[in-house]
Design a protein around this ligand. Sequence first.
Ligand SMILES: *[C@@H]1O[C@H](CO)[C@@H](O)[C@H](O)[C@H]1NC(C)=O
Ligand SMILES: *[C@@H]1O[C@H](CO)[C@@H](O)[C@H](O)[C@H]1NC(C)=O
Ligand SMILES: *[C@@H]1O[C@H](CO)[C@@H](O)[C@H](O)[C@H]1NC(C)=O
Ligand SMILES: *[C@@H]1O[C@H](CO)[C@@H](O)[C@H](O)[C@H]1NC(C)=O
Ligand SMILES: *[C@@H]1O[C@H](CO)[C@@H](O)[C@H](O)[C@H]1NC(C)=O
Ligand SMILES: *[C@@H]1O[C@H](CO)[C@@H](O)[C@H](O)[C@H]1NC(C)=O
Length: 700
Amino acid sequence: MSSGLLLFWFLISSLSTSSSLKDTSFVFNGFGQANLSLDGSATLLRSGLLQLAEVSNHQMGHAFTKNPIEFSSSKPLSFSTHFVCAIVPKPGVESGHGITFVISPSVDFTRAQPNRYLGIFNGSTTGSNSSRLFAVELDTILNSEFRETDHNHVGIDVNSPISVQSAPASYFSETQQRNVSVNLSSGDSIQVWVDYNGGVLNVTVAPLDVKKPSQPLLSRAIDLSEVFQSRRLFAGFSAATGSAISYHYLLGWSFSAGGEVLQPLDILKLPRVRRPSVKRKKPYGLIVGVPAAVGVLVIAALAGVCYHRKRKYAEVSEPWEKEYGTHRFSYKSLYVATRGFHKDGFLGRGGFGVVYRGDLPESKPIAVKRVSHDGEEGMKQFVAEVVSMRSLKHRNLVPLLGYCRRKGELLLVSEYMPNGSLDQHLFGDDDESLVLSWSQRLVILRGIASALFYLHTGAEQVVLHRDIKASNVMLDAELNGRLGDFGMARFHDHGGNAATTAAVGTVGYMAPELITMGASVVTDVYAFGVFMLEVACGRKPVEFGMEAEKRFLIKWVCECWKRDCLLDARDSRFGGEFVPEEVELVMKIGLLCTNIVPESRPTMEQVVLYLNENLPLPDFSPYTLGIGSFTPVVVDAASLTGTFTSRNWSGPAVSSSSANNTREYEQVPSESKKSLKVVAEAEDIEAGLSKPTSGMDLNT
Ligand SMILES: *[C@@H]1O[C@H](CO)[C@@H](O)[C@H](O)[C@H]1NC(C)=O
Ligand SMILES: *[C@@H]1O[C@H](CO)[C@@H](O)[C@H](O)[C@H]1NC(C)=O
Ligand SMILES: *[C@@H]1O[C@H](CO)[C@@H](O)[C@H](O)[C@H]1NC(C)=O
Ligand SMILES: *[C@@H]1O[C@H](CO)[C@@H](O)[C@H](O)[C@H]1NC(C)=O
Ligand SMILES: *[C@@H]1O[C@H](CO)[C@@H](O)[C@H](O)[C@H]1NC(C)=O
Ligand SMILES: *[C@@H]1O[C@H](CO)[C@@H](O)[C@H](O)[C@H]1NC(C)=O
């Protein structure tokens, strides 16, 4: 009798659980039995682990409920969820981009993008309402264009990758009675709770061995009924990688809708996370490796002697370079990587040398710049600086990998940037070059501003770039701007007379005080201001081919502002798709930075804040003193003459992409220093430079 009752009760209870499972509540301790639909890079591993993205570039993966969840339409929309995930880094690689928990009326993410868009948004959903979805992001990358301030953060996203609220990942520890930070990309399993009662949304995170903290990390009043018209919604996850990569795993997930009880996850039943095996062979490697390495060295030395006879791969190496051994590439490896500097790999000619693409075994593609030089003077200091630049790490700098020296030649090795330099896209007239949209341009400007801010303040010592312009900004695979060629301007200095400070740069970007005061952070700010105008207006700072009033970009933008039609100066090629306030903001900051009074220019920190709309612009108008006056810096022709004959690498170079108007000059300290002059009026430089065009003519 009693067993019959028990059976009856069992039947009832199992019936009721199975129906609630089907409807609005479920729990997966591991995903072996789960009935989810996967796409993209998402795969179910045999252990029951759900791998949303593995370590390869630009992946995105989704895992969603097969059927939409029916939320009751008579009650406010509400749900609770608890899941366990892990972001496992690959040793030595930046970890990204993160996992999101998503609620969406659709599971069609074919138009979403990976990397910072996390596999659910795309470039055109930034700041708009076009995609209807709600997400909680565990993001391991700082994207300043989404107003993020921490690279390890949790955020609430409604229809846009710009979070409505976010905070660095942490939890309130009951035992320690304080907030303890959580490293999202440590590879450890992390628990996340998202609770929404129809009014307030709470997000809580904690390590696996911690009970649910009493205080949520994020708590925000949100009306999700307004976001979603439909009550049939899918719940699930997305993860994405970019050039930053990591394994993204989901271990378990419990979900309940409409105030039903959330079924607990059984932590003990969760699958184990696989870690990439980190060199367990190390001791063995040492024992066998050291004698082997010595042997190899001896053989290499012998072989080296033979090679040096051949001269083909001959290099110059001096005792002082020993300490930079690891940053030195052999000429032979570069020769092989670029297939003998074959013309197929030719990338362009910059002001300082010729650049080739190369492929090294087991490494990302590289770019090799060959800079020829005569003097050895200053070389030691320059190499020391190149090597120290390796320690500069910022997402918006072109990573410098190392160098190699030969007689009369220096080779600089950096990461290859697949999308070329920004000027090709701004001014290139071949149809293949892609015209950048306004939002892409803004992302680039914000990136370069933050890189320059980093160079000025974040590195161990102040690093000046000295030659900011569109042709020195490279675009990576995701069209992020990356500042390149930093320090190259220094090379001019050192190659010349290290004791004197030479003013180096590009006409149109050089602050007026450069000659008298030398380079400083404020001359970089000036050049950045010109660069901002260049990007917003899609033209070079000085264009002699134009009618007089438009010739000097700074003046022209200021004129437009005086006439109350600032937007007239913008690049017409980004069409109607732009936010007028943003374009005006960029132009105004550009004018602020190009104030001829150095003390009136903002710092890069302020520029970053203005650009991200975290600080209002100061009060100023086109009539403010120092705004909109273009005072070109020009070098007396006599001082250039010496340059041509003494050093072939420092002559005025016309870069492949900079067409006839912008010439690069170096102004060299020499006997003729007294002949340097500052030409105060724009018309003078025009008169001086619009003579027959080639730089060589200045020789006469
Ligand atoms: C999984 O979901 C699909 C679609 O709803 C359904 O046809 C299938 O029977 C389910 N499988 C299991 C094992 O529940
Ligand atoms: C986005 O949606 C909210 C609420 O529906 C609305 O108030 C806001 O104006 C919309 N914004 C845009 C840019 O459409
Ligand atoms: C971005 O996503 C939205 C919503 O999913 C879609 O309407 C739009 O077409 C997408 N844009 C691009 C450029 O793919
Ligand atoms: C812990 O973090 C929460 C959320 O960021 C914050 O509201 C709270 O004041 C912090 N508590 C302590 C003790 O720092
Ligand atoms: C998080 O952990 C990873 C892997 O251990 C480590 O590389 C990274 O520096 C850590 N991040 C922080 C902010 O501690
Ligand atoms: C959110 O957190 C607050 C503060 O701990 C709590 O009072 C509230 O009940 C929570 N709301 C939900 C929906 O969990």
